[in-house]
Design a protein around this ligand. Sequence first.
Ligand SMILES: [Zn+2]
Length: 872
Amino acid sequence: MTTATTRLADYRPYPFQIPNIELDVVVEEQHIAISSSMQIEPALTTKVPLVLQGLNLELDSIVINGSSVPTDAYSLSSSELVLHQPPIHPFELKIICRIDPFNNTSLEGLYSSESMLTSQCEAEGFRRICFHPDRPDVLSRYRVRIEADRTRYPVLLSNGNLVSKGSLAKDPMRHEAIWDDPYPKPAYLFALVAGALQEVQAHFKTTSGRSVLLRLHVENGDETYTSHALDSLKKAMAWDEKVYGLEYDLDEYNIVAVRHFNMGAMENKSLNIFNSKLVLADSECATDGELERIESVVAHEYFHNWTGNRITCRDWFQLSLKEGLTVFRDQSFTADLHSKAVKRIEDVSMLRNTQFREDSGPTSHPVKPSEYKAIDNFYTTTIYEKGAELIRMLHTLLGQQRFMAGMALYVQRFDGTAATTEDFIHSIAEGACANGEQLGFDLDQFQRWYHQSGTPQVCVKRHWDSQGGTLTLEVSQFTPPTPGQPSKAPLVIPMALAVIGPNGRIGEEKLVVLDQDTQSVSLRDLPRQAKPPALSIFRRFSAPITLQMDVSVDESLQLLALDDDPVARWEAGQRLWRKILLARARKQADKPLEERLALALNQLITSGGESDPSFLAMLFGMPGLAELEAAQDVADPLMLYQVYQSLKSWLGVKLSDPLKNLLERSRLNWGAQWPAGQGERMLTGLTWSWLAAAGDCEVRKEAVEAVNGPSMSLARAALRALQPIECTERDEALKSFYERWQDRPVILDTWFALEASTPRSDGLERIKQLLDHPRFDPMAPNSIRAVLGGFASNPPVFHAIDGSGYKFMAEQLIAIDQRNPITASRMVKVFSRWQTYAPSRKEAMHRAIDQLASAELSANTREVVTLMQPKH
Ligand SMILES: [Zn+2]
């Protein structure tokens, strides 16, 4: 099967407008009857056929202006309905069709999850509900009537405001609800939910004094776990008013929690649908990290109401217009509510270990791709997180005030329309320069960031003039070739710099705009001393690049101790951790450096000078496996896995006393309610992990007890600490976690992930048992990701040298692809790094890719597999 490629260059406006759509949805026992009445206005004076998309729809009838359309006036294929000669004047098109959501396992369009009916239309799911252009630049006002059995489906929801609800006169066992959304929206934001759901309500008063009804719908029994999500929603609504001046625009806002969901959450206008794991939480059943993530995802979906819904994307090549911007907004929200430094460090670390990895492999693509086969494959960290970094760079270059002036202009100009990334960039620049200021960089050159894939490398060489007190930097930038892009042009890179002396920062921070292949930057009037001062560079991680600069251990330690930018301080520590771990992986442990880092860590613990325990925990965090693999000539995940453990064990012995001291101090705040106590619980997890690795029996015992304690954060920290160690406490801890949570699928997924990622000699057998486990739900993407994702992050089992892990993974993905292509095509990327491994592993992984390639695959998975295959 070949699938057509969609190209940005081929974009043409849709030749018709559809200002109004009335949908009539009748839910029957075995199917749903959908009647759509569309008011259609030709946008061109010339006659063109009307092309509508439709997948797995059973066509019943087509009526134009009340007259039935004869069969020779249209053609119908498996994916399109074409009306050859539609009227040239505005007309009403009514199409009746049937769908079967009860056997829809793709989780796109309308489908059933447990006993409810729910929808997912982004990106191209609406065509599985009715015939429609299903492209984001066609905006319509929707009025929706849903009719269903009142006992099976007491709750009937769609977008907008509820107009009426009641029993049917002709059949009192059935009822209907009518919803009206006054804001024109693209079809991907359409949503419908029907089911037996319990509702929890709250209210929010907007800045202009309107009262908004907030309703959260969950399964029976889950009502007690909703207050965190509702509180998060209120915080997000208030923040968007305060920071962006954007207010909510309807009378109600609904969130529905769904167990079977391909994504995290979906921003459908006023009817958000959430993966239940991102709604249901309290401190007993969710970790601090999960609470923060829920807060940020609830906010993200809410923020889309303006950046995504009111202003949507012209086409899917503009996906980062809504996603990059909204991720930037949710990152700022979390930073404002909690710690700016910790949030930035978490985001940088995530970017490095996922996006940088993607950007250096076979599926690397620009933030604005120029072509795709399956758009679902482009919901990536590049579109989202790298996209957010581009917005952040604009913010850095312009400053808060000017950036906000640009945002205001963007909203004013494009509200109610489908826009492009260029529209956004030009509005930001125009708004920022409204008072006649200079932009300070080349806008067209900045936009290269959207079109060039790959992570730029910035190389810095330093010359120190001790007589003149001048530090000169020779800076060059280079972006390595990526698939389809052999050579790149220089980018606009904001580089925030400062000089750090023995008493901290000397002078002001400086923002340099790099825009040449090579350029020279001088920092003058520095203290005239023999040794150059320490350089704090790319402060706050001011650009998503990799830095190449010789930094001595002394300099790193000085920055770790004295830099006033917490991100640069953390970065200095990361440089040392990387050096130590990579040296151990080469079997050339750098003992003197390890001793010095241990000493520095000891000082950080004992000085007590670090007021934020979460930040202290960041300094103690080792770099992720993905970034270390990228730094190795030949990636060796198994060796790195062992190295983490051996280093933890060494530090656990070396720093035993100070760590116990730290543990003692942290215990005092164990019971504090999130966000308080989060840092102490992080530090507890860290000390447990190091001390348990060092063989400390008391700590292992304490960890086992925590699994049954009142804090999920501590329970999970305990499990993580014990997991890599072959010991009875580990089995005991996993067993009691299972027994405690076996009836809560959302939490049990964690157990599945832990079991699947636990290194054991019979690891693959265990994975098979988990997939056959009575509580494993093969239809839930969460469960699939838990077991197979856990398996992929279990180096000894997944990377087994005989290739058995790869082969088994390929078999599983082929099977999953049959029922859920979106989940399969995302998971198949576990093979994308095959070329970085040693020959034997490389060949085994290559065989697994061939195994996939020769199977019957969906278009989604086929596209990814083809990218990963070697090019001849
Ligand atoms: Zn989003």
